[in-house]
Design a protein around this ligand. Structure first.
Ligand code: ADP
Ligand code: MG
Length: 879
């Protein structure tokens, strides 16, 4: 038996017909213990090749055929196990065709669904578009296969009903939705089977994507199977009604059920279910919510019988053309696709426009071709089989269509944001707590460090004080030792003469030692000279030596000259003395002399003698008598002698006279009249001595002594002069009664002027004066005689006081320390003292001063004067 085998690529894919494209997710909810379901992004975005699958179904002979064809065999022979169909040409020849599935007349509806439609339904549930289409001659069982409701017999339920059952079982009502439209295409007019009034639905194409939509079609939400069955019933009823109205049969129209599925899916690749530390709250990246839209199109085509047959039923040719336009266009499109033609005439009919995605598009498509067994329709059966064979060559590129669900994403992001805000706030709080903790710790450490430092400081201070005190003690011991030695000498009856003799002996010894050393040094020099001569040029050495000797000679000559001068002076003094003695003797022997000069001269000598006499017997001084006899003027005239020695002697005479009445006035007069510094020095010294007496002090003041002393101070250059002047003023400063006069006559200013001379002896006198003044002033303040700031401060003495408060010379320091303590007694001085830096000195005095009384005085002052206390508090000095 001849047999042609038509493969058409069927073998290639037949084994895979009922296999899903990839493992199908079961639900959009997370599977237990496995995170979220996640589609493979590669398959989602990339198209998967998917050929149109074609099954052939043979209808059993119906009653009419049983009768009419009783004597004939079927025109087809099925070999389902080989997925082959043999179509007889005649009794001895047949063509064999291979299909993806060959369903015999006994194939159950369930099996038909499972092999033809179920893979498509599963794809649709995965997000792909799907098409199940029945093609075949009228009466071969298209509607039976697709649209049977199975109300009487459940097993007869068709593909539409079974598809919806599977879809509803798979979807999640909370997140997914199913809507259905049901249309009829008749003579290129789309009618809504769910709303008969809607009888011309336009097809809208997206110009960008080419996607086709039917916005006018009624979409019914399907919640359960019952409502779907009801909808199918209504659709079928409407189809019958429409056909009756149009005087046609349903076999001439195409019915199209579209099931729209919208599912939410979650991109689990963006989700980290648990972080390492178990904290998920802020680590979850918001998932990408996607909406997957897919549709299942079930198409019950019009009967595939040829036009001429339809025409034979009395339709006008144009009408017949129109009736079959869609079907013939579908055939053309499938031919073009099967042959890989560049042009596929989809736009030729509404059916092909609507099925563009099903053939050569992105949908998974299953075609079931239905045939009858009757040899009488062999031609139609053959063309149906050939249609199916061509359709098997159509390759689709399956593609999921999904889009972002922005609303859901926004909602999720909002939740995530709120979580993050809360978390951030928590972290902020904990951060602040940490900072506070660290701050507290730092403060504690600082305090600890400060405490340690203070302790160390205190220890160090104590150590220094101990050392200091040790040194002072040592010095005092030495002093005591010296005094003891001195006293011991005195006790042993060794008078000053003895001590002087000792000293002289000691000095002699020293001199001897020094002479020896000098001798040795001279020898050394001689030796070196000799060496120098040896090593240097003879001429140079000689020259150097001569120069040196010459210099020495000059020095010696100079010394000699000076000595000679001194000898001359001494000689003249001796002569003078002899002369004076002679004069004096004559005077005493011969009474008063007429010669003024000689009388004067002798009086000078007399003064000297009288002093010794006074000291010896305490009787009225003959000097006074002499003074009365000779007259001050005469003595004073000696002060103008050309001879300096005479002048000095004269001053000494006057100084001695000062102890007598009128002497003080004379001394002041000397200061006033004489610019000679020697005269002034002697006079000032004498005044200083006299100024120790209170009566004299008042007299000095009354005679304008301060002014004179000030003048002497400002003119003087010799420290000895200044020491005398300062001493005089210092003594005056100790008198309470003359305090204000002293000041008003510029006594303080004069003292301060004297400090320009840095000699410690001078400064010591100035310091003593200031201390005396401060003491008297303090006393006056305590008695309420004086109020307000210290005059010392008024006259600008404070800076010098502060500057010398710690003078290395002990006498200066002691006086100043005392002065500071007196000044500090009075609140009125405190402000200036603080700003002038005297407070620090007081603090130092209170701890360092070697004199206990001054130390405690300073201490008492610091703890009693409010201004000091508050300043110390302000400086955080815990006094
Ligand atoms: P079509 O829609 O192709 O015109 P139908 O589905 O209306 O054909 O079928 C015509 C008749 O054949 C119906 O009465 C139907 O019940 C019956 N029929 C079709 N296929 C089968 C089948 N596989 N088994 C039993 N009866 C069938
Ligand atoms: Mg039908």
């Amino acid at each position: 038996m001849a047999s042609n085998l038509h493969r058409n690529g069927a073998q290639r894919g037949s084994a895979k017909f009922d296999r899903p494209l990839k493992p199908r997710p079961r639900a959009s909810s997370p599977s237990p213990g496995s995170g979220f379901r996640r589609p493979n992004s590669a398959t989602r975005n990339d198209a998967v090749p998917g050929r149109v699958r074609v099954a052939v179904r043979l209808r059993p002979r119906n009653a009419e055929e049983e009768m009419a064809d009783a004597d004939f065999g079927d025109c087809v022979e099925l070999q389902p196990e080989l997925k082959r169909l043999k179509l007889r040409r005649n009794n001895w020849d047949s063509d064999t065709f291979e299909f993806d599935e060959v369903l015999t007349q006994s194939a159950s509806q369930k099996r038909v669904y499972e092999v033809v439609a179920k893979p498509v339904v599963e794809s649709v549930l995965d997000g792909y578009n799907g098409t199940v289409m029945a093609y075949g001659q009228t009466g071969t069982g298209k509607t039976f296969t697709l649209g049977q409701l199975g109300e009487g017999d459940t097993s007869s339920r068709g593909i539409m009903v079974r598809s919806m059952e599977d879809i509803l079982a798979d979807l999640s009502p909370a997140t997914d939705s199913v809507t259905v439209s049901y249309l009829q295409l008749y003579m290129e007019t789309l009618q809504d089977l769910l709303n008969p009034a809607n009888d011309n639905i336009p097809i809208v194409e997206d110009p960008r994507t080419g996607d086709v939509s039917l916005p006018g079609a009624t979409l019914v939400d399907i919640r359960d199977q019952q409502s779907f069955l009801e909808l199918l019933r209504i659709g079928e009823a409407n189809r019958v009604a429409a056909n009756t109205k149009m005087n046609t049969e349903s076999s001439r129209s195409h019915a199209m059920l579209t099931v729209h599925i919208k599912r939410s899916v979650v991109e689990s690749e963006d989700i980290v279910s648990t972080s390492q530390n178990g904290d998920v709250s802020h680590l979850i990246k918001p998932s990408k919510p996607l909406v997957r839209k897919s549709k299942l199109v079930v198409v019950d085509l019009a009967g595939s019988e040829r036009v001429h047959k339809s025409g034979s039923e009395g339709l006008m040719l144009e009408e017949a053309k129109s009736i079959n336009l869609s079907l013939s266009s579908l055939g053309k499109c499938i031919n073009a696709l099967a042959e890989n033609n560049a042009h596929v005439p989809f736009r030729d009919s509404k059916l092909t426009r609507m099925l563009r995605d099903s053939f050569g598009g992105t949908a998974r498509t299953s075609l079931i071709v239905t045939i009858g067994p009757s040899p009488r329709h062999r031609g139609e059966t053959s063309s149906t089989i050939l249609f199916g064979q061509r359709a098997m060559k159509v390759e689709n590129m399956l593609k999921i269509k999904e889009e972002f669900d922005y609303k859901s994403l926004s909602r999720k992001l909002e939740i995530q944001l709120d979580k993050l805000i809360a978390e951030n706030e928590r972290q902020q709080k904990s951060f602040e707590d940490d900072i506070e903790k660290i701050n507290l710790e730092a403060q504690c450490r600082i305090m600890e460090a400060e405490r340690k430092f203070a302790n160390e400081f205190e220890k160090e201070k104590l150590k220094c004080q101990m050392e200091y005190m040790g040194i002072v003690k040592e010095l005092e011991q030495k002093l005591v030792l010296n005094q003891d030695r001195h006293d011991c000498h005195a006790d042993n009856g060794e008078g000053p003469a003895q001590s002087s003799a000792d000293e002289v002996a000691e000095l002699k010894m020293l001199l001897e030692t020094e002479s020896n050393r000098r001798k040795a040094a001279e020898e050394e020099v001689a030796r070196l000279k000799w060496q120098l001569e040896k090593y240097t040029q003879p001429e140079e050495g000689g020259c150097f030596e001569i120069t040196k000797l010459h210099n020495l000679l000059e020095d010696e000559a100079h010394q000699k000259k000076k000595l000679e001068e001194e000898i001359i002076i001494l000689r003249s003094q001796l002569l003078q003395s002899n002369y004076e003695i002679e004069q004096m003797r004559r005077c005493l022997e011969g009474g008063s002399s007429g010669s003024t000069f000689s009388a004067t001269d002798s009086s000078v000598t007399q003064v000297r003698h009288s002093q010794f006499k006074d000291a010896a017997n305490g009787q009225k001084s003959p000097v006074a008598t002499l003074f009365e006899q000779v007259g001050l003027q005469k003595i004073l005239s000696l002060l103008e002698s050309d001879d300096a020695n005479v002048r000095i002697h004269a001053v000494k005479v006057v100084a001695n006279l000062a102890a007598e009445a009128g002497g003080l006035t004379s001394l002041l007069m000397l200061l006033r009249r004489y610019e000679d510094e020697t005269v002034r020095r002697v006079a000032a010294g004498a005044i200083a001595n006299l100024a120790m007496n209170e009566a004299n002090q008042e007299l000095i003041m009354a005679e304008g002594g301060i002014t004179l002393l000030s003048m002497a101070a400002s003119d003087a250059e010799d420290p000895q002069t200044l020491r005398m002047v300062a001493g005089a003023i210092a003594n005056l400063c100790g008198n309470d009664k003359i305090l204000m006069t002293l000041r008003s006559q510029g006594g303080i200013k004069a003292l301060l002027g004297i400090v320009r001379c840095g000699h410690p002896d001078v400064l010591s006198q100035v310091a003593r004066g200031i201390a005396n003044f401060a003491k008297c002033e303090s006393r006056a303040s305590n008695q309420g005689i004086k109020t307000g700031r210290s005059i010392l401060i008024e006259d600008g003495a404070l800076p010098w006081i502060v500057q010398n408060a710690n003078n290395e010379a002990a006498p200066i320091r002691r006086h100043i320390e005392l002065a500071l303590c007196h000044l500090a007694q009075h609140e009125a001085n405190a402000k200036d003292m603080i700003s002038g830096g005297a407070l620090w000195e007081l603090v130092r005095i209170s701890t360092d001063c070697s004199r206990e009384d001054i130390r405690s005085l300073a201490h008492k002052t610091l703890s009693s004067i409010t201004a000091f206390k508050s300043e110390l508090r302000r400086l955080r000095i815990d006094y």
